[in-house]
Design a protein around this ligand. Structure first.
Ligand code: NAP
Length: 293
């Protein structure tokens, strides 16, 4: 069997087009451009790249972006004061605090300081708490797991009663992914660094979400024939034989897994572009919640 490729790049383009059309409609109706504010503490090169990508994406979709950078040694009070200022700014619909924050800062308190209607990352404890509760809906769902869900939906995967395995239990990917799948009536197993018989558990999955941050850990014999595999992992591997001096890969050994799976999302070209598209969709949603047409 050769697996179908779940093309996150193409799917993300569809989402972005929908957002662009809705943004243009709002502006034509006299509403201000939706605005996304990013808060970066310090100068982590990867975080700077992500913030730059978000800024360009906002411009492409007709939204405003406001980039705020604080020194790496900024105090808890300074970061919280900036968040409060952005909460009160009507031009800012969504606030994104770029993670990870430096160790001296209390991440939970800072995320909690974000106005829940501007929490486009979906990391506010109330939004995450609602995700975990039956019959409750969060205002915003974290972008990476929501992007995975949209990829499954766009691929026509039936989640109802499916045996789903999520590899990883982080606050930003694994745990919200598992909660989303439970909400959609999948039967979910969450695996982590202490899980025994990892390979055997994965090999039972109809749907396997890999978010462990271990380069190509998911091999062919970890995958049930016909299963759907979503690769969240992103790794930059130094390789002097490549033009750029490196190549990118994921948590899944894509080529060999493609021999047994029914469908696989590649990395790069899968969850990454979808994550940013979901962030743009959440920013538009924030504008719609705060200032309905
Ligand atoms: P993380 O916070 O490091 O969490 C990794 C999770 O995997 C933890 O729950 C950990 O278990 C588990 N784990 C680690 N090694 C394991 C092993 N050998 N066997 C089983 N479980 C293991 O990482 P993350 O932030 O969730 O990110 C995961 C990956 O996704 C990374 O490659 C990251 O770069 C990528 N990512 C991509 C996007 C995107 O937009 N494409 C967004 C976010 C993250 P414990 O809980 O027991 O430690």
């Amino acid at each position: 069997m050769t697996a179908k490729k779940i093309d996150g790049r193409a799917m993300a383009k569809e989402v972005r087009e929908e957002v662009k059309v809705s943004v243009a409609k709002r502006i034509a109706a006299g509403k201000p451009k939706p605005g996304l504010a990013t808060v970066l503490v310090g100068s982590d090169p990867a975080s700077e790249v992500y913030v730059g990508m978000k800024k360009r994406m906002c411009e492409n979709l007709g939204m405003n972006s406001f980039a705020h950078t604080l020194e790496a040694d900024a105090s808890q009070e300074e970061v919280e004061a900036l968040v409060s200022k952005l909460n009160a700014d009507p031009a800012v619909n969504g606030i994104l605090v770029q993670l990870p924050l430096p160790d001296h800062l209390d991440e939970e308190k800072i995320l909690q300081a974000v106005d829940i209607t501007k929490d486009i990352d979906g990391f506010h404890p109330i939004n995450i708490g609602r995700l975990a509760q039956k019959g409750r809906e969060s205002l915003f769902v974290p972008c990476t797991p929501n992007g995975c869900l949209v990829m499954l939906d766009k691929s026509g995967v039936d989640l109802e009663g499916a045996n789903a395995v999520v590899l990883g239990r982080s606050n930003i990917v694994g745990m919200p992914m598992a909660l989303l799948l439970v909400k959609r009536n999948a039967t979910v197993t969450i695996c982590h660094s202490r899980t025994k018989n990892l390979k055997e558990i994965c090999a039972e999955a109809d749907i396997l979400i890999a978010a462990v941050g271990r380069e190509e850990i998911v091999k062919k014999d970890w995958v049930k024939p016909g299963a759907v595999v979503i690769d969240v992992g992103t790794h930059r591997i130094d390789d002097e034989t490549k033009e750029k001096g490196y190549y990118l890969t994921g948590d899944v050994a894509y080529e060999e897994v493609s021999e047994v799976a029914g469908a696989v999302s590649p990395s790069p070209g899968g969850v990454g572009p979808m994550t940013i598209a979901m962030l743009m969709r959440n920013t538009l949603r924030a504008a719609e919640i705060q200032d309905p047409m």
